[in-house]
Design a protein around this ligand. Structure first.
Ligand code: RIB
Length: 315
């Protein structure tokens, strides 16, 4: 298969992100509307976002060498997304213009920084398994491939198969095929996503063990202001739900005043992928990522809120 226009990367990469890019249409609300209800909000703000692009920008702003493989529309939002990624030095040789509207996320942000998001995938939905296979050399060249689920599952699975190490953020949450679960190292989830995979909510430590027993090589559960829980190692109990002998560790988060939590999980995952690419152990990488995630809730927007290394060190 032929390489895309961008060809092979010009320099060694730390992380290849395979994923989405969305224009975020953001409105502040006093409270989120109930079904059937209309509420008035603030002026509309348009920010660059999308879970894939967010991961890429988060890692690049910290100093990682990053490429993004994905699709945007040849429209105004597509230009906004490209400009934001270019500003942070993300390699866009494998970001294709597509005859479809760019992805859009409609985001309502409440007074405590809490958000609700509806995504219209647009061009992101056109990313194919072939797109990924054509970039096989790129994916194999990086120590870590970072993934999320706003693109079609066959493309995610193809990327995970090619990855030397696949980091997957289960967002938005969907049930995963066993093969994909087994390739995750780590599977990154928040508490809601963990509950969806496991069928019930629970204590994070226990959830981490139960998730590990589903097959991923390691698990990270993000807990917002409470940091994260990391589980790795150990053997899966015979027919049982809990991994025997696995290590579960809690990592803290610095306390910050949350203005807007949009994209904090993507910042966490992008930072985690970069530190894993640098060879750090998972617990240390997750502790660093928790600091990045905390820094990212202090300003509005997703990519606009992501910290530099100096800001993380200052936390
Ligand atoms: O995780 C935050 C992101 O989710 C937003 O940037 C939005 O685009 C949606 O993809």
């Amino acid at each position: 298969m032929k390489e895309h226009d961008g060809g092979p990367p010009r320099h060694p990469l730390d992380v290849v992100v395979v994923g989405s890019a969305n224009a975020d249409l953001v409105v502040q609300v006093e409270r989120h509307p109930a079904p059937g209800e209309t509420v008035l909000g603030s002026e509309l703000a348009v920010h660059p976002g999308g879970k894939g692009a967010n991961q890429a920008v988060a890692a690049a702003r910290l100093g990682a060498r990053v490429a993004l493989l994905g699709r945007v529309g040849a429209d105004g939002h597509g230009r906004l997304l490209r400009e934001s990624l270019e500003r942070d030095g993300v390699d866009l040789g494998h970001l294709r213009d597509t005859p479809a509207a760019s992805g859009i996320a409609m985001i309502a942000v409440g007074p405590r920084g809490d958000n609700s998001i509806i995504v219209a995938p647009g061009a992101n939905a056109r990313l194919t398994e072939d797109d990924v296979l054509e970039a096989a050399a790129l994916l194999r060249s990086a120590p870590v491939v970072s993934l999320q689920l706003e693109i079609p599952l066959p493309a995610v699975l193809a990327a995970a198969r090619l990855a030397r190490r696949a980091v997957l953020n289960l967002s938005p949450a969907v049930p995963l095929p066993d093969e994909l679960l087994a390739l995750c190292d780590p599977l990154v989830v928040n508490e809601h996503e963990a509950a969806l995979l496991l069928g019930a909510p629970g204590e994070p430590d226990r959830q981490a063990k139960e998730l590990l027993a589903l097959g991923p090589r390691s698990v990270v559960i993000t807990l917002g202001a409470d940091g994260a829980v990391v589980a790795e190692g150990g053997a899966v109990a015979e027919g049982g739900a809990v991994a025997e002998g696995c290590a579960v560790r809690a990592v803290p988060s610095p306390r910050v005043a949350a203005v807007d939590t949009t994209g904090a999980g993507d910042a966490f995952t992008g930072a985690l992928a970069w530190r894993l690419a640098a060879g750090e152990p998972l617990v240390r990488a997750a502790a660093f990522a928790a600091r990045v995630g905390a820094a990212a809730v202090r300003r509005p927007g997703a990519q606009d809120s992501y910290p530099t290394m100096a800001e993380v060190e200052g936390l």
